[in-house]
Design a protein. Structure first.
Lengths: 613, 102
């Protein structure tokens, strides 16, 4: 026991110099802002160009159906890969190795469901929104209203997470204030959507995907060059890296496992350093595989292409880009582990989110200091473009649900001329965007990580079951859609609210108590606390006092549902609710119209009507 | 005014039924395959750790190659689907459409 304590103290002391240096990463402001201005300039000229082409509702929501399969493929990739996957996954690989790579796989496999189940049917049977498909053979008003609520919920969760991330990232990287960043991103996103509609959003997403791929490719080439373009040698560099070995030993020591040297390095390439609960992993996988196909902003992209063949081609291109990006991410993550070292990564950001950026700066600086600054500035602007592209797609999806489903089809009974429809769409986008900015600012101090899990949970448990059943099951009807959407959404939100994602003050208090005990032990042993320890003790005492006996938002001391991702339970419940609802309230008309939707979704007959309408 | 169609008649058309059967078999079968193959990854990572640890190429182990294979299986399946759809499904669709859309 004493030996272990001695070891821990030594480890702590050895780690101190690193901590004391608590590095930070600051981009060169002039170069970075120049890059930002170039991106803003290019995207705004795209907006001016597309604004002239946005005259009808079909132009606004679906770019007039005039996007090609290849363009749409790049746009899907641009819509999908958020800053979290750009920075987060490579960071996860740089700290936890294999688990980060494994985590990325589900994000690609999700597109098999999109390709095989929803892309072409949605193109053939849909018009502008999810609501169009779901209301096809049901009573349109209640279905559209409920569907719009679910779409707005999913988009808001995702948008809030993105906005908060954007604010923090810009503050950390460029030193803009949080509020300034959110307002700036918000104004641009509203500008793209309001003036340029789907055409501008598509091109912003294409530009972003292009930038993201070139950034990832450039850094990967440098990492590969350092390893002599020898993949086997690259992996032995990882295993033999003393910093990685040390990092893994320390992580495992917490679980009471002692390994060191090459064995520890090899362990970095094996699963289980981060993702410790397989059930949670499977649940997340289910939410990804089924949720991506239920994401309104992804589904909406299939209404922009003219034919089912173009929809098919766009998914395949998107899969190459997304998959290729994640394969490059492996190189970036492992590259950061070798060259920046896990200790260097955590010194800047505990979660590892800055790994790729530090790596870019460092590899560039090896060539010349100014090159490092340029690389970092370039990647910061890639992150900036990434945020803009993702939030624009979300605002467009949410405002389409409100303007097209609720205003035009529920309130105005479908009787609105083109001018009125486009006006409604623009005003709604403005309002949705403004709400996004307000929520983003208000949520600064909130824990938003669970919101992405929530968005995928609702999309997979609420939206996907009703979409699939509407397209493929004769007996699906109004009651089925409403039950499925409501139950799937409510159960997902409910389970996340009682899951370990929420903040449980008692846990914080317990953690603080441990720190206090450790420090008091030191004092009792006659040690005098250094400044850092004294501060930690102070903070721990405050945390303990503030949180002891406290409960989560729902008044819980500890989570009731053990998993972070509710999919494994909420998806079957969503399907069951939709099926039982449909069977309980049979609807003759919906069953009679099945032939029509089934023929349409398979053949595209009658589709021209859907575009011209 | 757009043309109206006798949807029930199209649905009973033998060519449409053939299209429907072929698509259903292909889509469901391969979707199930890809899903099962994907879930082998988290399940294997949790319960087949000894298998995942086996070194195959230098320090590269089975687990790593299996995770990497997921990418190639997904890409391969996507192209296989496109191949079949472009060849068979689209041809059948065109035949159905030409019979009913004037």
């Amino acid at each position: 026991m004493k030996k272990l304590q001695l070891f821990l103290t030594t480890a702590l002391l050895l780690a101190l110099p690193n901590l004391a240096l608590a590095a930070e990463i600051k981009a060169n402001k002039t170069i970075t802002i120049t890059f930002f201005l170039i991106i803003i300039g290019i995207t705004l000229s795209v907006v001016v160009w597309s604004a002239k082409r946005t005259k009808t509702a079909a132009d606004f929501y679906a770019a007039g159906g005039g996007i090609t399969g290849t363009q749409n493929g790049w746009a899907i990739a641009g819509d999908y890969m958020s800053a979290a996957s750009f920075l987060g996954i490579s960071g996860m690989i740089s700290l936890y190795g294999y688990d980060g790579f494994m985590y990325s796989v589900g994000w690609l496999v999700a597109y098999i469901t999109v390709l095989l189940v929803v892309a072409e049917p949605c193109r053939n049977a849909g018009k502008y929104t999810l609501g169009d498909i779901l209301s096809f053979r049901t009573q349109p008003k209640p279905v559209r209203a409920v569907c719009a609520l679910s779409v707005v919920a999913v988009s808001t969760f995702y948008l809030t997470a993105q906005m908060v991330g954007a604010g923090k990232l810009m503050a950390l990287l460029v030193g803009f204030s949080y509020t300034f960043s959110i307002v700036g991103v918000g104004i641009l996103m509203v500008g793209y959507v309001v003036f340029g509609g789907m055409t501008a959003t598509t091109w912003v997403q294409i530009i972003k995907a292009g930038l993201l791929m070139s950034g990832a490719f450039l850094i990967s080439i440098l990492v590969g060059y350092k390893a002599g373009f020898n993949p086997i040698g690259f992996f032995s560099d990882i295993v033999n890296n003393p910093n990685i070995q040390d990092h893994v030993s320390k992580m495992l020591l917490k679980d009471g496992i002692q390994i060191s040297g090459e064995a520890a390095g090899q362990r970095f390439l094996e699963p289980g350093l981060f993702l410790k609960n397989p059930l949670d992993q499977i649940s997340l996988g289910m939410a990804l595989v089924l949720g991506t196909a239920g994401m309104p902003h992804i589904l909406m992209r299939f209404f922009t292409v003219p034919t089912a063949q173009a929809a098919r081609k766009s998914v395949i291109i998107a899969m190459w880009i997304i998959g290729g990006f994640y394969v490059l991410t492996t190189l970036l993550g492992f590259g950061a582990a070798i060259h920046v070292t896990p200790q260097g990564v955590t010194a800047v950001d505990k979660g590892g989110n800055m790994a790729t950026l530090i790596l870019a700066q460092q590899l560039g600086a090896d060539i010349a200091p100014i090159v490092g600054d340029i690389f970092l500035a370039f990647l910061c602007s890639v992150a900036f473009a990434t945020i803009l592209a993702v939030v624009s797609g979300l605002v467009l999806a949410a405002s389409a649900a409100i303007a097209h489903d609720i205003y035009v089809n529920v309130i105005k009974d479908g009787h609105a001329d083109q001018h009125e429809q486009v006006m409604a769409a623009r005003i709604t986008s403005l309002v949705v965007g403004a709400m996004g900015i307000v929520i983003g600012i208000a949520a600064e101090k909130q824990n938003v990580a669970h919101l992405v899990a929530l968005a995928f949970a609702v999309a997979s448990s609420g939206n996907l079951p009703v979409v699939v059943l509407s397209l493929f099951w004769r007996r699906m009807n109004t009651a089925g859609v409403i039950c499925g959407l409501v139950v799937g959404t409510v159960v997902s939100i409910g389970l996340v609210m009682v899951s370990p994602n929420m903040t449980y003050p008692q846990n914080i208090a317990n953690g603080a108590k441990k720190t206090i005990e450790a420090m008091e032990k030191k004092i009792a042993a006659g040690e005098t606390l250094n400044e850092k320890d004294a501060k930690a003790l102070d903070q721990a005492k405050k945390d303990f006092a503030a949180n002891d006996g406290g409960t989560s938002i729902l008044g819980l001391k500890a989570p009731i549902f053990p998993l972070k991702n509710p999919g494994i339970l909420s998806i079957p419940i969503g399907f069951m609710a939709a099926i039982l609802g449909a069977l309980a309230f049979r609807e003759k008309r919906a069953e009679e119209m099945f032939d029509e939707i089934y023929v349409r979704q398979n053949t595209g007959i009658g589709m021209a009507k859907a575009i011209d309408h | 005014m757009a043309q109206t169609y006798d949807w029930a008649a199209i649905a009973k058309n033998p060519k449409f039924i053939e299209l429907h059967h072929r698509k259903q078999r292909f889509l469901f079968g391969w979707w199930a395959f890809s899903t099962v193959y994907y879930f082998l990854l988290p399940i294997g990572a949790a319960y087949a750790t000894d298998l995942f640890k086996i070194k195959l190429l230098g320090n590269v182990n089975f687990g790593y190659l299996f995770a990497l294979s997921q990418f190639f299986v997904s890409w391969g399946l996507a192209h296989y689907y496109a191949h079949v759809a472009n060849k068979d499904f689209d041809r059948l669709t065109r035949e159905v459409v030409s019979e009913f859309v004037k």
